[in-house]
Design a protein around this ligand. Structure first.
Ligand code: KIV
Ligand code: ZN
Length: 504
């Protein structure tokens, strides 16, 4: 008899574990946009942040809690009353709020980090789960560094927190130390030794040994109910288990796992691109599911096979992750309708003004470039998507650069509607242009923290895509610019970051 597949719950932590990794910080508007994609993907839980960490984190968690309609919204918090209070205050406006509290349970963490005896850790965990349950019906408890914790202590903790009211208990491989056979055994042992009742068992794997997805899937096969993951696998150090890989493994090999998720896999590609755009953190070309080459067949033998029958070399279709097989090529004769429908297919939900602005930019680009592909469009969207008030606008620039004289740049900006111009020298034309802008923008302590330049597409007429991170005192902002001219792309990115800095 065919059994119906077990339902696996997907808990996404892109906005918490993902966002806390270096180079992946997002501002509030970025986070709300990622949350929209997570809803479209139909994840079950969105971990929106760590409300007690800062005022900014608190506000992001509250705003996401108010925006999200279907998924549960969780805030992480240490097992401390003040953290739990902040978490609850931030998520209580959600349709389905969750408090996610944790304490470390491994000998090394308890002795050196917490400086607490196991008995005190146990008591604190129980008391804090009860405290959280008095506020919120849905409480998750995580045993941080569970994979390096002692079995008897794990069983006692899991049993205790469930009795205290936790509905989900998470067994993280915090430092990515486990291997699949061992992690699966841990999950099976917990199931065998503890009466879980209605509580769900969750797994949360880090990728230090490149095993996060393998460990997660082994745990699912051993009886885990909830998987914790991030888009593109972003996260602390080597990252977390990648949502798209778990979802596609469970969808493609459903019979092998006897398990299924509620994920709408056709929304994966757009969600992944959104995370690339807002974090500036690219995915490698050969990354499973969402890498540029994931569905590309280069060798003649493979191409021939795929043309004869796609199943020869394709275990899943590009369409199943939201990548159209025949990507429509747009050019200077394409109309607004075709352009708008491509934007929708790519998952961009933009208002009329943004589309008008983009369409003008698209026409401009199409005049300079024969064809405009998806990555060009994404690069253009990156320029307009941050709906901020523009104090600064780039009007014109003029650079003088050679290997014989010091590079100089003259930049003309509109600053709050007034035209101003400055000249500066620098190590190179971009550096000189940024120095000229610094003289006009009225911010004294600007530091360019990062600058990345990439060709958004291939070919000599490729769009240059620039991402910058700029700091002014304790504020950091990201800017994106694209143009067939890399100096222009750099200036657009820099100006966008300055606009974000003065709008937040
Ligand atoms: O990796 C980890 O252990 C965590 C927990 C706090 C859930 O992120
Ligand atoms: Zn983690």
């Amino acid at each position: 008899m065919n059994q119906s597949p077990r339902r696996i719950y997907v808990f996404d932590t892109t906005l918490r574990d993902g966002e806390q990794s270096p180079g992946c910080t997002m501002n509030l508007k970025d986070k709300l946009l990622v949350a929209e994609h997570l809803e479209a993907l139909r994840v079950d839980v969105i971990e929106a942040g760590f409300a007690a960490a800062s005022r900014g984190d608190f506000e992001s968690v509250s705003a996401i809690a108010r925006q999200v309609k279907h998924a549960s919204v969780a805030s992480l918090c240490r097992a401390l009353t003040k953290d739990i209070d902040a978490a609850w205050e931030a998520v209580q406006g959600a349709a389905h709020p969750r408090i996610h509290t944790f304490i470390a349970t491994s000998p090394i963490h308890m002795e050196y980090k917490l400086k607490m005896a196991p008995e005190r850790v146990y008591e604190q965990a129980i008391a804090m789960v009860q405290y959280a349950r008095n506020k919120c019906a849905d409480v998750e408890f995580s045993l941080e560094d569970a994979s390096r914790s002692e079995r008897p202590f794990i069983y006692r903790m899991v049993e205790g927190v469930i009795r205290a009211g936790a509905r989900t208990v998470n067994i993280p491989d915090t430092v990515g130390y486990s291997i699949p056979s061992e992690y699966a055994q841990l999950i099976a042992d917990i199931r065998a030794h503890v009466d879980l009742g209605d509580a769900r068992l969750a797994v949360h794997c880090h990728n230090d040994l490149g095993l996060a997805v393998a460990n997660t899937l082994a745990a699912v096969a051993a009886g885990a109910d909830q998987v914790e993951c991030t888009l593109n696998g972003i996260g602390e150090r080597a990252g977390n288990a990648a949502l798209e890989e778990i979802a596609m493994a469970l969808a493609t090999r459903r019979e092998a796992f006897g398990a299924t998720t509620n994920i709408d896999t056709s929304k994966i590609y757009a969600a992944s691109r959104c995370v690339v755009q807002v974090t500036g953190s690219r995915v490698q070309a050969n990354k499973a599911i969402v890498g540029e080459n994931a569905f590309a067949h280069e060798s003649g033998i493979h191409q021939h096979g795929v043309l004869a029958n796609p199943l020869t070399y394709e275990i899943m279709t590009p369409e199943s992750v939201g990548l159209p097989r025949n990507q429509m090529v747009l050019g200077k004769h394409s109309g607004r309708h075709a352009f708008e429908s491509r934007l929708n297919e790519l998952g961009f939900n933009l208002n009329k003004e943004q589309i008008d602005d983009l369409f003008a930019k698209f026409k401009n680009l199409a005049d300079r470039k024969k064809t405009v592909g998806d990555t060009d469009i994404e690069a253009l969207v990156g320029d307009v998507r941050v709906p901020i008030e523009e104090q600064f606008k780039l009007l014109q620039f003029n650079v003088l650069a050679s290997n014989a004289v010091t590079p100089m740049s003259t930049v003309r900006l509109s600053v709050k509607g007034k035209t101003v111009e400055q000249v500066a020298a620098g190590d190179g034309p971009i550096n000189a242009s940024f120095a000229a802008i610094n003289k006009m923008c009225g911010m004294k302590n600007l530091i360019l923290e990062s600058f990345t330049i990439n060709a958004a597409t291939s070919g000599a007429d490729a769009l240059g895509s620039v991402d910058v991170r700029v700091r002014n005192n304790d504020r950091v902002a990201r800017g994106h610019g694209s143009s067939t001219d890399v100096i222009e792309a750099s200036l657009l990115a820099y100006v966008q970051a300055l606009n974000v800095l003065c709008s937040e």
